[in-house]
Design a protein around this ligand. Structure first.
Ligand code: MG
Length: 413
Protein backbone atom coordinates (compact mmCIF):
# COMPACT_ATOMS: atom_id res chain seq x y z
CA UNK A 1 0.00 0.00 0.00
CA UNK A 2 1.22 3.51 -0.81
CA UNK A 3 2.48 5.58 2.14
CA UNK A 4 0.06 8.37 1.13
CA UNK A 5 -2.94 6.07 1.46
CA UNK A 6 -1.66 4.92 4.83
CA UNK A 7 -1.43 8.50 5.98
CA UNK A 8 -4.95 9.23 4.75
CA UNK A 9 -6.30 6.16 6.47
CA UNK A 10 -4.47 7.15 9.65
CA UNK A 11 -6.17 10.55 9.62
CA UNK A 12 -9.60 9.02 9.15
CA UNK A 13 -9.13 6.80 12.13
CA UNK A 14 -8.04 9.52 14.55
CA UNK A 15 -10.92 10.50 16.82
CA UNK A 16 -12.72 13.76 16.09
CA UNK A 17 -12.03 16.80 18.21
CA UNK A 18 -15.34 17.75 19.74
CA UNK A 19 -16.98 20.72 21.42
CA UNK A 20 -16.91 20.28 25.20
CA UNK A 21 -18.19 23.65 26.41
CA UNK A 22 -19.46 26.98 25.12
CA UNK A 23 -19.12 30.10 27.27
CA UNK A 24 -20.21 33.69 26.85
CA UNK A 25 -17.98 36.58 27.92
CA UNK A 26 -19.70 39.94 28.38
CA UNK A 27 -17.56 43.03 28.75
CA UNK A 28 -17.76 46.77 28.24
CA UNK A 29 -14.23 48.18 28.04
CA UNK A 30 -15.31 51.50 26.52
CA UNK A 31 -18.76 52.60 25.30
CA UNK A 32 -20.18 49.49 23.70
CA UNK A 33 -21.23 46.32 25.46
CA UNK A 34 -19.51 43.37 23.78
CA UNK A 35 -20.48 39.70 23.53
CA UNK A 36 -17.71 37.15 22.95
CA UNK A 37 -18.28 33.42 22.59
CA UNK A 38 -15.58 30.96 23.66
CA UNK A 39 -15.80 27.39 22.35
CA UNK A 40 -13.79 24.77 24.25
CA UNK A 41 -12.72 21.49 22.67
CA UNK A 42 -11.73 17.97 23.67
CA UNK A 43 -8.12 18.83 22.82
CA UNK A 44 -6.51 20.33 25.93
CA UNK A 45 -5.78 24.04 25.50
CA UNK A 46 -7.52 24.30 22.12
CA UNK A 47 -10.36 26.87 22.05
CA UNK A 48 -11.82 29.41 19.67
CA UNK A 49 -13.28 32.91 20.03
CA UNK A 50 -16.11 34.51 18.10
CA UNK A 51 -18.00 37.81 18.05
CA UNK A 52 -21.72 37.72 18.94
CA UNK A 53 -22.04 41.43 19.64
CA UNK A 54 -25.58 42.75 19.42
CA UNK A 55 -24.79 45.55 21.80
CA UNK A 56 -28.37 46.63 22.49
CA UNK A 57 -29.48 43.09 23.43
CA UNK A 58 -26.42 41.46 25.00
CA UNK A 59 -28.31 39.45 27.63
CA UNK A 60 -30.68 37.96 25.06
CA UNK A 61 -27.70 36.77 22.99
CA UNK A 62 -26.07 35.38 26.12
CA UNK A 63 -29.20 33.34 26.91
CA UNK A 64 -29.51 32.15 23.31
CA UNK A 65 -25.95 30.80 23.41
CA UNK A 66 -25.97 29.32 26.90
CA UNK A 67 -29.50 27.97 27.08
CA UNK A 68 -30.17 26.94 23.48
CA UNK A 69 -27.02 26.59 21.36
CA UNK A 70 -24.66 25.10 23.92
CA UNK A 71 -26.72 21.94 24.64
CA UNK A 72 -27.15 21.46 20.90
CA UNK A 73 -23.40 21.79 20.24
CA UNK A 74 -21.77 19.72 22.97
CA UNK A 75 -20.10 16.66 21.46
CA UNK A 76 -20.13 17.88 17.84
CA UNK A 77 -17.05 17.64 15.63
CA UNK A 78 -15.30 21.03 15.51
CA UNK A 79 -14.22 20.40 11.90
CA UNK A 80 -17.78 20.48 10.55
CA UNK A 81 -18.26 24.24 10.48
CA UNK A 82 -20.64 24.24 7.54
CA UNK A 83 -22.87 21.52 8.93
CA UNK A 84 -22.96 23.14 12.37
CA UNK A 85 -23.86 26.52 10.84
CA UNK A 86 -26.65 25.07 8.70
CA UNK A 87 -28.10 22.99 11.52
CA UNK A 88 -27.81 25.78 14.10
CA UNK A 89 -29.75 28.05 11.76
CA UNK A 90 -32.72 25.70 11.51
CA UNK A 91 -32.57 23.94 14.87
CA UNK A 92 -34.91 26.52 16.39
CA UNK A 93 -37.08 26.29 13.23
CA UNK A 94 -37.81 30.06 13.30
CA UNK A 95 -34.77 31.79 11.88
CA UNK A 96 -33.09 34.88 10.46
CA UNK A 97 -33.48 37.06 13.53
CA UNK A 98 -30.69 39.19 15.01
CA UNK A 99 -30.43 37.52 18.44
CA UNK A 100 -30.00 33.98 17.12
CA UNK A 101 -27.85 35.10 14.19
CA UNK A 102 -25.44 36.78 16.59
CA UNK A 103 -25.39 33.70 18.82
CA UNK A 104 -24.62 31.49 15.80
CA UNK A 105 -21.92 33.93 14.69
CA UNK A 106 -20.13 33.61 18.02
CA UNK A 107 -19.90 29.86 17.53
CA UNK A 108 -19.15 30.06 13.80
CA UNK A 109 -16.24 32.47 14.18
CA UNK A 110 -14.88 30.43 17.08
CA UNK A 111 -14.93 27.29 14.91
CA UNK A 112 -13.01 29.10 12.14
CA UNK A 113 -10.54 30.24 14.81
CA UNK A 114 -10.15 26.62 15.96
CA UNK A 115 -9.73 25.33 12.41
CA UNK A 116 -7.02 27.91 11.76
CA UNK A 117 -5.22 26.99 14.97
CA UNK A 118 -5.37 23.31 14.05
CA UNK A 119 -4.04 24.04 10.56
CA UNK A 120 -1.38 26.43 11.88
CA UNK A 121 -2.72 29.08 9.48
CA UNK A 122 -4.44 32.46 9.69
CA UNK A 123 -8.10 32.27 8.68
CA UNK A 124 -7.48 34.29 5.50
CA UNK A 125 -5.37 31.34 4.31
CA UNK A 126 -8.30 28.96 4.82
CA UNK A 127 -10.52 31.27 2.77
CA UNK A 128 -8.14 31.13 -0.19
CA UNK A 129 -5.13 33.23 0.76
CA UNK A 130 -4.15 36.85 0.37
CA UNK A 131 -5.44 39.17 -2.29
CA UNK A 132 -3.63 42.05 -0.57
CA UNK A 133 -1.20 42.74 2.24
CA UNK A 134 -3.45 45.08 4.22
CA UNK A 135 -6.96 46.53 4.14
CA UNK A 136 -7.59 50.21 3.42
CA UNK A 137 -9.73 51.65 6.19
CA UNK A 138 -11.84 54.73 6.77
CA UNK A 139 -12.09 56.62 10.02
CA UNK A 140 -14.91 58.73 11.43
CA UNK A 141 -14.70 62.53 11.55
CA UNK A 142 -17.56 64.17 13.41
CA UNK A 143 -18.28 67.67 14.58
CA UNK A 144 -20.91 70.08 15.83
CA UNK A 145 -20.31 72.36 12.86
CA UNK A 146 -18.59 72.08 9.51
CA UNK A 147 -15.36 73.63 10.73
CA UNK A 148 -15.05 71.07 13.51
CA UNK A 149 -15.79 68.27 11.02
CA UNK A 150 -13.05 69.62 8.75
CA UNK A 151 -10.51 69.83 11.59
CA UNK A 152 -11.26 66.28 12.72
CA UNK A 153 -11.08 65.00 9.13
CA UNK A 154 -7.72 66.74 8.63
CA UNK A 155 -6.45 65.11 11.83
CA UNK A 156 -7.20 61.68 10.37
CA UNK A 157 -5.56 62.63 7.08
CA UNK A 158 -2.47 63.72 9.02
CA UNK A 159 -2.41 60.24 10.60
CA UNK A 160 -2.33 58.69 7.11
CA UNK A 161 -6.00 57.98 6.48
CA UNK A 162 -7.00 58.50 2.86
CA UNK A 163 -10.70 57.72 3.45
CA UNK A 164 -12.77 59.68 5.97
CA UNK A 165 -16.45 59.48 6.88
CA UNK A 166 -17.80 62.95 7.64
CA UNK A 167 -20.83 63.52 9.90
CA UNK A 168 -22.19 66.64 11.55
CA UNK A 169 -24.41 66.91 14.63
CA UNK A 170 -24.82 63.17 15.14
CA UNK A 171 -27.08 61.00 13.04
CA UNK A 172 -29.94 63.06 11.74
CA UNK A 173 -27.77 66.13 11.58
CA UNK A 174 -27.81 69.41 13.43
CA UNK A 175 -31.11 70.93 12.37
CA UNK A 176 -31.19 74.73 12.86
CA UNK A 177 -34.44 74.49 14.86
CA UNK A 178 -37.01 71.75 15.22
CA UNK A 179 -40.56 73.07 15.43
CA UNK A 180 -42.29 70.82 17.96
CA UNK A 181 -45.91 70.79 19.14
CA UNK A 182 -46.75 71.66 22.73
CA UNK A 183 -46.16 68.88 25.27
CA UNK A 184 -43.85 67.03 22.89
CA UNK A 185 -42.05 64.22 24.75
CA UNK A 186 -38.31 64.29 25.39
CA UNK A 187 -36.05 62.49 22.95
CA UNK A 188 -33.63 62.93 20.08
CA UNK A 189 -35.34 65.11 17.52
CA UNK A 190 -34.29 65.62 13.96
CA UNK A 191 -35.72 67.25 10.89
CA UNK A 192 -35.45 65.09 7.77
CA UNK A 193 -36.33 68.02 5.49
CA UNK A 194 -33.45 70.09 6.86
CA UNK A 195 -31.02 67.20 6.57
CA UNK A 196 -30.27 67.45 2.86
CA UNK A 197 -29.41 71.17 2.60
CA UNK A 198 -27.47 71.17 5.91
CA UNK A 199 -25.36 68.16 4.98
CA UNK A 200 -24.75 69.37 1.45
CA UNK A 201 -23.32 72.60 2.82
CA UNK A 202 -21.10 70.65 5.20
CA UNK A 203 -19.85 68.27 2.50
CA UNK A 204 -19.19 71.21 0.16
CA UNK A 205 -17.15 72.95 2.86
CA UNK A 206 -15.07 69.89 3.78
CA UNK A 207 -14.51 68.98 0.12
CA UNK A 208 -13.02 72.40 -0.58
CA UNK A 209 -10.84 72.40 2.55
CA UNK A 210 -9.23 68.97 2.21
CA UNK A 211 -6.76 67.70 -0.36
CA UNK A 212 -8.61 66.51 -3.49
CA UNK A 213 -7.13 63.03 -3.09
CA UNK A 214 -8.86 62.43 0.25
CA UNK A 215 -11.89 60.18 -0.27
CA UNK A 216 -15.03 61.29 1.57
CA UNK A 217 -17.88 59.09 2.80
CA UNK A 218 -21.17 59.97 4.45
CA UNK A 219 -23.73 57.89 6.39
CA UNK A 220 -27.38 58.98 6.14
CA UNK A 221 -28.34 56.35 8.73
CA UNK A 222 -31.73 55.82 7.03
CA UNK A 223 -32.92 59.23 8.25
CA UNK A 224 -34.55 60.55 5.06
CA UNK A 225 -37.97 60.10 3.56
CA UNK A 226 -37.44 58.01 0.42
CA UNK A 227 -38.06 60.79 -2.10
CA UNK A 228 -35.75 63.12 -0.18
CA UNK A 229 -33.15 60.37 -0.31
CA UNK A 230 -33.46 60.28 -4.10
CA UNK A 231 -32.92 64.06 -4.18
CA UNK A 232 -29.97 63.91 -1.79
CA UNK A 233 -28.13 61.28 -3.83
CA UNK A 234 -28.55 63.54 -6.89
CA UNK A 235 -27.42 66.67 -5.08
CA UNK A 236 -24.34 65.04 -3.56
CA UNK A 237 -23.20 63.46 -6.83
CA UNK A 238 -21.02 66.46 -7.70
CA UNK A 239 -18.74 65.75 -4.68
CA UNK A 240 -17.82 62.28 -5.95
CA UNK A 241 -18.12 60.56 -2.57
CA UNK A 242 -16.35 57.24 -2.10
CA UNK A 243 -19.78 56.09 -0.99
CA UNK A 244 -23.06 57.23 0.49
CA UNK A 245 -24.14 54.84 3.23
CA UNK A 246 -27.56 53.58 4.34
CA UNK A 247 -29.39 56.17 2.30
CA UNK A 248 -32.60 54.21 2.87
CA UNK A 249 -33.95 51.91 5.57
CA UNK A 250 -33.92 48.15 4.90
CA UNK A 251 -37.70 48.43 4.60
CA UNK A 252 -37.23 50.93 1.77
CA UNK A 253 -35.00 48.95 -0.58
CA UNK A 254 -37.60 49.19 -3.32
CA UNK A 255 -36.55 52.82 -3.71
CA UNK A 256 -32.95 52.01 -4.66
CA UNK A 257 -33.90 51.61 -8.33
CA UNK A 258 -35.19 55.20 -8.29
CA UNK A 259 -31.96 56.44 -6.72
CA UNK A 260 -29.83 54.47 -9.16
CA UNK A 261 -31.76 55.75 -12.14
CA UNK A 262 -30.98 59.36 -11.26
CA UNK A 263 -27.42 59.54 -9.95
CA UNK A 264 -24.00 57.96 -10.12
CA UNK A 265 -23.34 58.41 -6.39
CA UNK A 266 -21.78 55.15 -5.14
CA UNK A 267 -24.09 53.45 -2.65
CA UNK A 268 -23.25 51.30 0.37
CA UNK A 269 -25.98 49.43 2.19
CA UNK A 270 -26.73 46.83 4.72
CA UNK A 271 -25.54 47.12 8.33
CA UNK A 272 -29.10 46.30 9.49
CA UNK A 273 -29.52 43.33 7.16
CA UNK A 274 -30.08 39.89 8.69
CA UNK A 275 -30.28 37.45 5.82
CA UNK A 276 -29.82 37.03 2.07
CA UNK A 277 -33.44 37.90 1.25
CA UNK A 278 -32.53 41.48 2.07
CA UNK A 279 -29.44 41.92 -0.09
CA UNK A 280 -30.10 39.49 -2.92
CA UNK A 281 -32.03 41.76 -5.30
CA UNK A 282 -29.88 44.82 -4.52
CA UNK A 283 -26.85 42.81 -5.65
CA UNK A 284 -28.32 40.98 -8.64
CA UNK A 285 -29.91 44.16 -9.98
CA UNK A 286 -26.67 46.06 -9.33
CA UNK A 287 -28.45 48.77 -7.38
CA UNK A 288 -25.65 49.21 -4.82
CA UNK A 289 -21.88 49.28 -4.99
CA UNK A 290 -20.89 48.01 -1.53
CA UNK A 291 -22.43 45.47 0.82
CA UNK A 292 -21.67 46.34 4.43
CA UNK A 293 -23.39 43.92 6.74
CA UNK A 294 -22.53 43.57 10.42
CA UNK A 295 -20.98 40.12 10.18
CA UNK A 296 -22.23 38.78 13.50
CA UNK A 297 -25.72 40.04 12.64
CA UNK A 298 -25.89 37.77 9.57
CA UNK A 299 -24.53 34.72 11.41
CA UNK A 300 -20.75 34.96 11.19
CA UNK A 301 -17.86 34.33 8.82
CA UNK A 302 -19.55 31.51 6.92
CA UNK A 303 -22.47 33.58 5.52
CA UNK A 304 -20.22 36.63 5.07
CA UNK A 305 -17.86 34.59 2.92
CA UNK A 306 -20.83 33.45 0.84
CA UNK A 307 -22.18 37.01 0.54
CA UNK A 308 -18.77 38.30 -0.61
CA UNK A 309 -18.51 35.65 -3.33
CA UNK A 310 -22.11 36.29 -4.41
CA UNK A 311 -21.51 40.05 -4.57
CA UNK A 312 -18.29 39.60 -6.55
CA UNK A 313 -20.19 37.91 -9.38
CA UNK A 314 -22.19 41.14 -9.81
CA UNK A 315 -19.32 43.60 -9.39
CA UNK A 316 -20.35 44.66 -5.89
CA UNK A 317 -17.57 45.23 -3.33
CA UNK A 318 -17.42 44.65 0.44
CA UNK A 319 -17.33 47.28 3.19
CA UNK A 320 -18.15 45.33 6.36
CA UNK A 321 -19.65 47.24 9.27
CA UNK A 322 -16.86 48.04 11.72
CA UNK A 323 -17.72 50.56 14.45
CA UNK A 324 -17.17 50.26 18.22
CA UNK A 325 -20.11 47.90 18.59
CA UNK A 326 -18.29 45.24 16.64
CA UNK A 327 -16.00 43.54 19.16
CA UNK A 328 -12.24 43.34 18.56
CA UNK A 329 -12.78 39.63 17.76
CA UNK A 330 -15.31 40.72 15.12
CA UNK A 331 -12.88 43.28 13.73
CA UNK A 332 -10.26 40.55 13.38
CA UNK A 333 -12.83 38.42 11.51
CA UNK A 334 -13.63 41.37 9.22
CA UNK A 335 -9.95 41.75 8.43
CA UNK A 336 -9.47 38.10 7.44
CA UNK A 337 -12.29 38.51 4.92
CA UNK A 338 -10.79 41.80 3.71
CA UNK A 339 -7.36 40.28 3.15
CA UNK A 340 -8.82 37.41 1.13
CA UNK A 341 -11.82 38.84 -0.78
CA UNK A 342 -11.09 39.69 -4.43
CA UNK A 343 -13.89 42.26 -4.27
CA UNK A 344 -12.85 43.97 -1.04
CA UNK A 345 -13.72 47.66 -1.17
CA UNK A 346 -12.97 49.36 2.15
CA UNK A 347 -13.10 48.59 5.87
CA UNK A 348 -14.72 50.80 8.50
CA UNK A 349 -12.36 51.22 11.46
CA UNK A 350 -13.08 52.47 14.96
CA UNK A 351 -9.64 53.32 16.35
CA UNK A 352 -9.64 51.19 19.55
CA UNK A 353 -8.41 52.44 22.90
CA UNK A 354 -5.20 51.15 24.48
CA UNK A 355 -7.38 49.35 27.04
CA UNK A 356 -8.92 47.32 24.21
CA UNK A 357 -5.46 46.52 22.84
CA UNK A 358 -4.53 45.27 26.31
CA UNK A 359 -7.75 43.29 26.74
CA UNK A 360 -7.59 41.74 23.26
CA UNK A 361 -3.98 40.75 22.46
CA UNK A 362 -3.53 40.50 18.70
CA UNK A 363 -6.06 43.24 17.83
CA UNK A 364 -4.76 44.61 14.51
CA UNK A 365 -3.34 48.11 14.18
CA UNK A 366 -3.60 50.72 11.45
CA UNK A 367 -0.53 52.21 9.86
CA UNK A 368 -0.88 54.98 7.26
CA UNK A 369 -4.51 54.17 6.56
CA UNK A 370 -3.99 50.41 6.17
CA UNK A 371 -5.03 47.72 8.65
CA UNK A 372 -2.52 44.88 8.82
CA UNK A 373 -3.26 41.28 9.85
CA UNK A 374 -0.85 39.33 12.03
CA UNK A 375 0.21 35.89 10.84
CA UNK A 376 -0.88 34.01 13.95
CA UNK A 377 -3.04 30.91 13.40
CA UNK A 378 -6.82 31.26 13.48
CA UNK A 379 -8.27 34.72 13.94
CA UNK A 380 -4.99 35.77 15.57
CA UNK A 381 -6.63 37.44 18.55
CA UNK A 382 -7.21 36.48 22.19
CA UNK A 383 -8.95 37.92 25.25
CA UNK A 384 -7.62 38.65 28.72
CA UNK A 385 -10.67 37.37 30.61
CA UNK A 386 -9.49 38.66 33.97
CA UNK A 387 -9.21 42.17 32.59
CA UNK A 388 -12.54 41.81 30.73
CA UNK A 389 -14.22 40.87 34.04
CA UNK A 390 -13.08 44.20 35.50
CA UNK A 391 -15.35 45.94 32.96
CA UNK A 392 -18.80 44.31 33.30
CA UNK A 393 -21.70 45.29 31.06
CA UNK A 394 -23.96 47.99 32.44
CA UNK A 395 -27.72 47.55 32.43
CA UNK A 396 -28.76 50.47 30.27
CA UNK A 397 -31.69 51.54 28.15
CA UNK A 398 -30.51 52.87 24.80
CA UNK A 399 -31.21 56.56 24.41
CA UNK A 400 -29.92 57.38 20.94
CA UNK A 401 -32.36 54.93 19.34
CA UNK A 402 -35.31 56.82 20.87
CA UNK A 403 -35.51 59.16 17.94
CA UNK A 404 -38.38 61.47 16.97
CA UNK A 405 -39.53 63.48 13.98
CA UNK A 406 -40.42 67.17 14.57
CA UNK A 407 -44.03 66.37 15.48
CA UNK A 408 -42.82 63.93 18.16
CA UNK A 409 -43.60 60.71 16.33
CA UNK A 410 -41.13 57.84 16.36
CA UNK A 411 -38.47 57.69 13.65
CA UNK A 412 -35.89 55.14 12.62
CA UNK A 413 -32.57 55.76 14.35
MG1 MG B 1 -23.49 53.08 9.34
Amino acid sequence: MLPLANAARGRRMSPAITITDVQVILTQPVHSRLVIVKVFTSEPGLYGLGCATFTQRVFAVQAAVERHLKPFLIGRDVDRIEEIWQMSMVNGYWRNGPVLNNAISGVDQALWDIKGKRAGMPVYQLLGGKSREAAAVYGHAEGRDRQEVTENAQRLVDEGYRHVRIQMGGYGGAAPAVHQPENAPAGNYFDPRAYGPTMLAMIDHVRHQLDDRVELLHDVHERLHPIDAVQFAKDVEQYRLFFLEDLLAPEGIGWFSKVRGQSATPLAMGELFNNPHEWRSLVTEQLIDFIRMHISQIGGLTPARNAAIFADVFGVRTAWHGPGDTSPIGHAANLHLDIWAPNFGIQEWYRPSELEYEMFPGLPRVKDGYLYPNDRPGLGIDIDEKLAADYPCEEIIEQWTQTRLPDGSSARP
